[in-house]
Design a protein around this ligand. Sequence first.
Ligand code: F6R
Ligand code: MG
Ligand code: MG
Length: 378
Amino acid sequence: MVLNLGIAHRITISIIKADVGSVAGHHIVHPEQIAVARSCLDKARKDGTIVDFHVFSCGDDLELLMTHRHGENSRKIHELAWGTFKEVTDKVSKPMKLYAAGQDLLSDTFSGNVKGMGPGVAEMEIEERSSEPLVVFAADKTEPGAFNLPLFKIFADPSNTAGLVIDPAMHGGFTFRVMDVIESKVVDIACPAEMYDLIALIGTTGRYIIENVHRTSDKVLASVSSTTRLNLIAGRYVGKDDPVMMVRTQHGLPATGEVLVPFGFPHLVAGFMRGSHYGPLMPVGLRDAKCTLFDGPPRIVALGYNICNGHLVGIRGSEPADLFDDPAFDRARTVANDITDYIRRHGEFMPARLGPEEMEYTTLPQVLEKLKPRFQKI
Ligand code: F6R
Ligand code: MG
Ligand code: MG
């Protein structure tokens, strides 16, 4: 039971995730991995490092959701996450010979911030509102650009979000911070005024990624997403960067239902088998958050919370409301299965397979290298 003491505080919510090994291929996190991660974070809660936490999984990704008072990019919190992933790897993944044990820990030593070291991160430091509903999203077998279309719909499309038209608090629109992951630059674009410029950028989902969204009128932070593309950092195939994102909802921000509705359309995203194919993003409840057919189709879960004095209020303690575990998303799942059947009948032919610039970061170049000497001038 969390008491509402009415204390206004800044609180930071961090989700840090990594694939440190899974059962039966790149399929599902082992319950023992979750248990070890929980015990690490429980220790940190008891010693006051964090306020609250919830450990869960989406496919082969172990997700650490934490609340704390150390702000974004805190060395303490990043070290805690890194140490937790290490301990899970050493105590469970390696002894059990789980597949790809420790995969996302690209370095042996922690360098102060997990960004660029393998794990994915999304963090928001906020002033807790008198009621603070939050939706946490995690996806497997896709990349951060997968959130471009739903974020555009949520914060800029009036046919998705009625509040953009009806609620005076939202009528001034939202400002999108877009990262160019190739040139490592960001740009702020305000909607609706600059909507066409925004689409010109974020339609290119492999390069321009929405990092965060603010309400334009008062700069209130509305959403944050993970943006790393490890292949670009490592210069070789290290899997897709299965992304995470958090969206604050209600009372002058899009309603929870407006935030969920874009996922009723299972749009095509890059990822799927070997991070090399397009497939539909299927919204699922936590029990179905595990990829199978052609290592997919790519999946996404949505965890609903209220933050109360820094604590995660879910259905039972920090157990979340499992928002896609709902017959309202059955049709999206059926459509996703139909699209999967259709697109997989293309085999290894574009557009089912990613374009050549994306395939550069897979294992395909090694195969093509062998053919090089056989090419004759014409
Ligand atoms: C996608 C992913 C999997 C693997 C595939 C082959 O992000 O991780 O689809 O790429 O299962 O894995 P290896 O080469 O490890 O057998
Ligand atoms: Mg994996
Ligand atoms: Mg994964």
